[in-house]
Design a protein around this ligand. Structure first.
Ligand code: URA
Length: 432
C-alpha cells in the first residue's frame, strides 16, 4: 500500500523524503497505482518546498527505473552525444543541430519531448512535416542512427515512462518551472537514452523557465551533478531567452527556419547558437578534434550542402518528405506594424510565446491538439531600427478573429525607444 497522502503531506510541510519514499511514489505513479491528482499535489508541494540534491537524484533514478534504458553507444560501437534544451520560445535548435552534426560524421540519436506551456516541443514541430514518424521502435531508431547518422523520435513508452506521464501532468498544473523537477526530468531521459556526452542548452530570461542567470547556473549545476553521478560528461551552455530565438515561433514556421539555417540562410542569433552547440558536440565526440577544427568542420558542412543533404535523408528515412512546399501554411497572414520610428529595445519572449499558444501553436490542456500552420514571425528583434509603419512581425493565423488578437498581443511584446539597448550575446556562459 503506497502512503501517497502521507508523503505529500510531509513534503508539503518541508520534510526531506528518503530515496525509497520518492521511488515508491514515482514508481507507483508509473504503474497507475497513484492517481494524477495525488502526483499533481506532490508536484505542487515540491514547487513550493523544493527537493534536496539527494531527493533530486532519487527522483531521477526512480524515473529511469520506471522503464528501459538503452546502450546506444554499445549498439553503434561509437561514442554517442546528445543535446537537450530546457525549453524556450522559437527554440528549434535540435532540428538544425542534428543534420549538421551528423553531416560531420558524429551519430546523433535523440529522444525529444512535446511543448510545455508557452514553449514549443521538438516533436510537435516535427509532426508538422506530413508523414513524419516520431514513433520508431528502438531497433528502427538504432538502425537509422547507424545508416543515416541521425534520428529524432519521441520518448518511447518503454523509456522513462514516469517522466512522460509527469511531464504532461506538470504542464497543466503550473508545476513546470521548478528547478529540481526540470533537472530530474531532463537528466532521467538523457541518462536512460544512453549518450555518454551531453550538451545542455540552459535558457535564461523572460521566455525561459529560468528567469535569472543565478537560477540558470543552479539548474546547470544540478544537471551536471546528476550527470556526474551517472558517469556522463555534461557541458551546459547558458543562452539568452529574453527574446524569441530566431524569427519563427510556431511549428511549421520553425521547421522552415531550421532548414534555412542548415543551408546557411538562418537568422544570425539562431545560426550562432546552432553552430556553438554543434562545435561543442563535435569536441565531445570520438572525432578527437579541438574547438577550432570543430568550428571549421561545422562551417564546411553547412557551406558544402552536406548538412542540407543529411536533412533530406533524415526526413525521408522517418517517413516525411524533403519537399518544403508540403508544410502547411496558415490561411490568414497579418502584419504587425511599428507605431513609430525608433529602435527595438525589448521583445518579450513570453508574450510572443503566449500569442503563438493562443493562435493554436501550443497546448493549454494535456489533450489539446496543435495547429501546425499558425504562429508568429518576428522580423525585427532587439537592437533593430524601424521606421513608422514598417513591419515588426507577421502573424500566421487560422482565422481573422484570432489574427486580430495576436496582432495586438505581439505589438504589446515590442518596446520601442530612441537609443539601442545594451547588446546581449546569445551564448552567455559555459558551465562544465
Ligand atoms: N524539458 C524537459 O525535458 N523537462 C522539463 O521538465 C522541462 C524542460
Amino acid at each position: 500500500m503506497i502512503r501517497a497522502a502521507e508523503l505529500i503531506q510531509r513534503k508539503r510541510d518541508g520534510a526531506e523524503l528518503a530515496p525509497e519514499e520518492i521511488g515508491e511514489l514515482i514508481l507507483g505513479y508509473a504503474r497507475g497505482e497513484v492517481p494524477d491528482y495525488q502526483l499533481a499535489a506532490f508536484c505542487m508541494a515540491v514547487y513550493f518546498r523544493g527537493l534536496s540534491p539527494r531527493e533530486t537524484y532519487a527522483l531521477t533514478d526512480a524515473m529511469i527505473r520506471s522503464g528501459d534504458t538503452i546502450d546506444l553507444g554499445g549498439a553503434l560501437g561509437r561514442k554517442v552525444v546528445d543535446k537537450h534544451s530546457t525549453g524556450g520560445v522559437g527554440d528549434k535548435t535540435s532540428l538544425a543541430v542534428g543534420p549538421i552534426v551528423a553531416a560531420c560524421g558524429v551519430p546523433f540519436g535523440k529522444m525529444s519531448g512535446r511543448g510545455l506551456g508557452h514553449t514549443g516541443g521538438t516533436l510537435d514541430k516535427l509532426e508538422s512535416i506530413p508523414g513524419f514518424r516520431i514513433e520508431l521502435t528502438l531497433d528502427e531508431f538504432v538502425s537509422q542512427v547507424r545508416d543515416v547518422g541521425l534520428a529524432i523520435i519521441g520518448q518511447t513508452a518503454e523509456l522513462v515512462p514516469a517522466d512522460k506521464a509527469l511531464y504532461g501532468l506538470r504542464d497543466v498544473t503550473a508545476t513546470v518551472d521548478q528547478l529540481s523537477l526540470i533537472a530530474a526530468s531532463i537528466m532521467s531521459k538523457k541518462i536512460a537514452a544512453g549518450a555518454q556526452a551531453i550538451v545542455l542548452d540552459v535558457k535564461v530570461g523572460d521566455g525561459a523557465f529560468m528567469k535569472t542567470l543565478d537560477d540558470a547556473r543552479r539548474l546547470a549545476e544540478a544537471m551536471l551533478s546528476l550527470g556526474e553521478q551517472a558517469g556522463r560528461q555534461v557541458v551546459c551552455l547558458l543562452t539568452d531567452m529574453e527574446q524569441p530565438l530566431g524569427a519563427a515561433v510556431g511549428n511549421a514556421l520553425e521547421v522552415r527556419e531550421a532548414r534555412a539555417t542548415v543551408r546557411g540562410e538562418g537568422p544570425p542569433d539562431f545560426t550562432q547558437l546552432v553552430h556553438d552547440a554543434c562545435l561543442r558536440l563535435l569536441t565531445l565526440s570520438d572525432l578527437g578534434i579541438d574547438e577550432a577544427e570543430a568550428r571549421r568542420r561545422v562551417a564546411e558542412a553547412v557551406a558544402s550542402g552536406a548538412a542540407e543533404a543529411t536533412w533530406c535523408r533524415w526526413l525521408e528515412a522517418q517517413g516525411g518528405t524533403a519537399d518544403e512546399d508540403v508544410l502547411e501554411r496558415a490561411p490568414v497572414v497579418r502584419t504587425v506594424e511599428s507605431p513609430r520610428e525608433g529602435v527595438v529595445t525589448r521583445l518579450g519572449a513570453i508574450a510572443v510565446g503566449n500569442a503563438a499558444l493562443h493562435l493554436g501553436a501550443g497546448r493549454q490542456t494535456k489533450s489539446d491538439t496543435i495547429d501546425h500552420a499558425v504562429g508568429v514571425v518576428c522580423l525585427r528583434k532587439r537592437g533593430d531600427g524601424v521606421e513608422r509603419g514598417e513591419t515588426l512581425a507577421e502573424v500566421h493565423a487560422r482565422d481573422d478573429a484570432s489574427a486580430a488578437e495576436a496582432v495586438d498581443a505581439v505589438l504589446a511584446a515590442y518596446e520601442l525607444g530612441d537609443t539601442p539597448p545594451p547588446e546581449r550575446r546569445i551564448l552567455i556562459e559555459v558551465v562544465s
